[in-house]
Design a protein around this ligand. Structure first.
Ligand SMILES: Cc1cc2nc3c(=O)[nH]c(=O)nc-3n(C[C@H](O)[C@H](O)[C@H](O)COP(=O)(O)O)c2cc1C
Length: 179
């Protein structure tokens, strides 16, 4: 089957691209919002460079040119904590992907890196990042934001049991098991 993307809609493009590029890393991004620490999932993400250590997040722009809360927080506060998530966090990942900030109770947070927001308990990896750069992508409804990883937390148990949540296809949030 050959599909031409010359006259397709954004949702058709989303459907075919997410079937062609997989799995996608799933980063659960915690940032400081007006009423506390908020978190949201982002899957158009990747490593950009190792020196300096950079990762990217692609932020869609909502109708009416409204920016995502995490995008605004990164530009205002210049910090965010990017997490990998475990299978038992899947429901919260999906809830936090709905519009409206998903705020976290203090009991779910670990404050351990001075000058950065806290990390979320139970996540196997947390990258403490500073804002680095933004690319406004030509003729696209997206901003590509680059973050610099300044510190990283890795749960030692995770080293032997690497099954974080990733994205497959348009809606699949799954763990990958290979033998
Ligand atoms: C699994 C998953 C992956 C997502 N990936 C992205 C993404 O890469 N870019 C994006 O703009 N929105 C993505 N979203 C949607 C955002 O998480 C959603 O718009 C959220 O409300 C943003 O919250 P915020 O405004 O607090 O940042 C994703 C949602 C889910 C459930």
């Amino acid at each position: 089957m050959k599909i031409s993307l010359q006259n397709t809609t954004p949702s058709e493009n989303y459907d075919v691209l997410t079937k062609a590029v997989l799995p996608r890393p799933l980063l659960w991004v915690l940032s400081e919002a007006e009423e506390g620490f908020a978190i949201a999932p982002y899957s158009f993400t990747n490593i950009v460079s190792t020196q300096p250590p950079l990762v990217s997040l692609a932020f869609g722009i909502r109708p009416g040119q409204e920016q995502k809360g995490t995008y605004k927080a990164l530009h205002e506060k210049k910090k965010a904590v990017l997490h990998l998530a475990n299978e038992d966090q899947k429901d919260d990942i999906l809830k936090s992907g709905a519009k409206g900030s998903f705020y976290l109770n203090e009991e779910k947070l670990v404050h351990e890196v001075e000058g950065f927001p806290p990390r979320l308990k139970g996540c196997p990896v947390a990258m403490f990042c500073t804002y680095y750069d933004t690319m406004d992508i030509k003729n696209a409804n997206t901003h590509l934001v680059i973050c610099k990883v300044e510190h990283i937390f890795i749960d030692e148990k995770f080293e032997d049991n690497r099954h974080p949540l990733t994205c497959v296809g348009a809606t699949g949030v799954v763990t990958l098991h290979s033998k």
